[in-house]
Ligand binder design. Structure first.
Ligand SMILES: Cc1cc2nc3c(=O)[nH]c(=O)nc-3n(C[C@H](O)[C@H](O)[C@H](O)COP(=O)(O)OP(=O)(O)OC[C@H]3O[C@@H](n4cnc5c(N)ncnc54)[C@H](O)[C@@H]3O)c2cc1C
Length: 455
């Protein structure tokens, strides 16, 4: 096999990890990132934002790049999830995850990619793709330069608003975006410096408050190196602007999140919080994207990460799923390079995309479904609360799990939410079956009750 030319569009977690993995496998890789530096990535996201990487994301990073996630600087292993219900009784779960600033994760993997021989081009934005000639066209430094780059394989890792995906959708018949759904939430963050405001709590815990009034959620993540806590408040679109307006009129605008929902906070913390909320602007939530394929085999174009399976942040799966996709992609290329998958007269790029799609598409679709319709989404994304059938199925399975001393596993959806790497398609399938069984059970019980009542 001659040296294959790979173009990666996007320097986020998925793009950087894929680029490093493919360079390690002997490909000639060029990566193009629209922003000038990892610090500047994500126009809409606050600079400080952190990612909670569960076991799935950590495994994905290690499998694709060989990087040990626990060695990444400025990251912290959170030991507990502390939920603060309304009466302020706190509940601890042990759901350890790695809290990493997004810019640190991207910068670390980009550095490793560079060391592996990837040519990294910052401030280059993809403008067009000539699919028939396999040439990608980039504009550099705000339009000062244009580059035409030929490729054997193009990896679109340019996030949930992917240009690669939209070009495929416009120009390639066999590729279709089946559906997109914008999240109806917005969020703002504030970094509160030490001292740690919750006495008696582990300082490495993640905190969560559920605001039933607005179906919204507030979170606090620990920051490494005694960096304090990163708070994120998530509300239905328009609510944060309402809070701001009210704050300017009578100073009570932030009472709902800061005084009613999080009464534990001290006055000093609240004051700092309000200052930062007033100085910043709300950012949008995510987009769910369902595609009929993770790229176009015929044109040697693959979609890896949010570009192929954008999802709402309802279950905290985005980066976890993106890194797992990067791992599946790199293992697919590894198998082809090792001759475990034959080309059978097709081009190398075609076989890579075809095989990747075979291995990953069902799981990717299931992941999007879960974040769109799962309990987390219904509860915390401005939709109605989870319907009774969802609650019943989960409670029923949890009871069964307790009664059988763990022989019957916890529901797959719950295991997924606890950060375990249960396959998305398994969680989706069981979620669906539970739902049907519970509905069937309810219909049977009502029928029996009616029959008994009549006779
Ligand atoms: C506030 C917030 C909190 C989150 N928390 C979590 C969490 O706790 N856990 C979790 O798993 N996920 C979380 N996510 C989701 C996670 O950040 C994303 O799912 C993840 O970053 C996806 O990685 P990606 O590489 O596919 O895409 P992205 O990270 O979006 O990277 C895409 C890259 O492509 C570049 N790009 C875009 N267009 C072009 C173009 N035309 N040309 C060149 N480059 C381009 C962008 O600049 C960007 O750098 C969170 C997201 C947000 C916004």
């Amino acid at each position: 096999m001659g040296m294959k030319r790979v173009v990666v569009v996007g320097g986020g977690p998925a793009g950087a990890a894929t680029a490093k993995a493919l360079a390690d496998k002997g490909c000639d890789v060029q990566l193009f990132e629209a922003y000038p530096h990892p610090d500047k990535i994500h126009k809409n996201a606050p600079k400080a934002y952190v990612i909670a990487l569960g076991q799935r994301g950590q495994d994905g990073l290690q499998r694709s790049t060989g990087i040990d996630p626990l060695q990444i600087p400025n990251s912290i292993v959170s030991t507990h999830m502390v939920r603060h219900p309304k009466n302020n009784v706190r509940k601890h779960d042990k759901t350890p995850s790695l809290i990493i600033p997004r810019k640190v994760l991207a910068a670390q993997v980009l550095d490793a990619a560079k060391a592996a021989g990837v040519q990294i081009n910052f401030e280059y934005r993809l403008m067009d793709i000539k699919f028939d000639q396999q040439i990608a066209i980039f504009e550099g430094h705000g339009g000062v330069v244009t580059k035409h780059v030929p490729y054997d394989l193009l990896v679109g890792a340019d996030g949930s608003k992917s240009k690669v995906r939209s070009l495929l959708n416009q120009n390639v018949n066999e590729f279709k975006v089946m559906r997109t759904e914008e999240d109806s939430m917005e969020y703002q963050v504030a970094v509160i410096p030490p001292p740690f405001p919750f006495s008696g709590m582990p300082e490495t815990s993640v905190h969560a408050w559920n605001d039933k009034k607005y179906n919204s959620i507030c979170l606090a993540f620990p920051l490494a190196n005694n960096g304090g806590l990163l708070f994120a408040i998530v509300y239905p679109e328009g609510k944060l602007s309402e809070f701001k307006e009210k704050h300017r009129i009578d100073g009570t605008g932030y009472d709902d999140p800061l005084f009613h929902l999080m009464p534990d906070l001290t006055d000093v913390v609240k004051e700092e919080f309000v200052k930062q909320l007033e100085a910043g602007e709300p950012a949008n939530g995510g987009t769910c994207v369902w595609c009929n394929s993770l790229g176009s085999p015929k044109h040697g174009v693959a979609l890896v990460g949010d570009s192929g399976h954008g999802m709402w942040p309802s279950l905290g799966q985005g980066a976890n799923c993106a890194l797992e996709s990067a791992a599946v992609f790199s293992e697919t290329v590894g198998d082809i390079v090792a001759g475990k998958v034959t080309l059978a007269g097709k081009s190398w790029g075609e076989v890579v995309v075809e095989e990747f799609n075979k291995r990953r598409h069902a799981d990717a679709l299931a992941a999007v479904d879960l974040t769109y319709g799962g309990i987390g989404a219904r509860k915390s994304r401005g939709r109605n609360n989870a319907p009774l059938s969802y609650k019943a199925q989960v409670v029923g399975m949890m009871l069964l799990n307790k009664l059988t001393l763990g022989i019957v596993p916890k529901p797959a959806l719950i295991r997924l939410m606890m950060g375990q790497p249960v396959p998305y398609s398994t969680a989706r399938k069981w979620n669906f079956i539970y739902e049907k069984l519970v509905c069937l059970g309810a219909v049977l019980m009502i029928t029996v009750a009616l029959v008994l009542y009549k006779f």
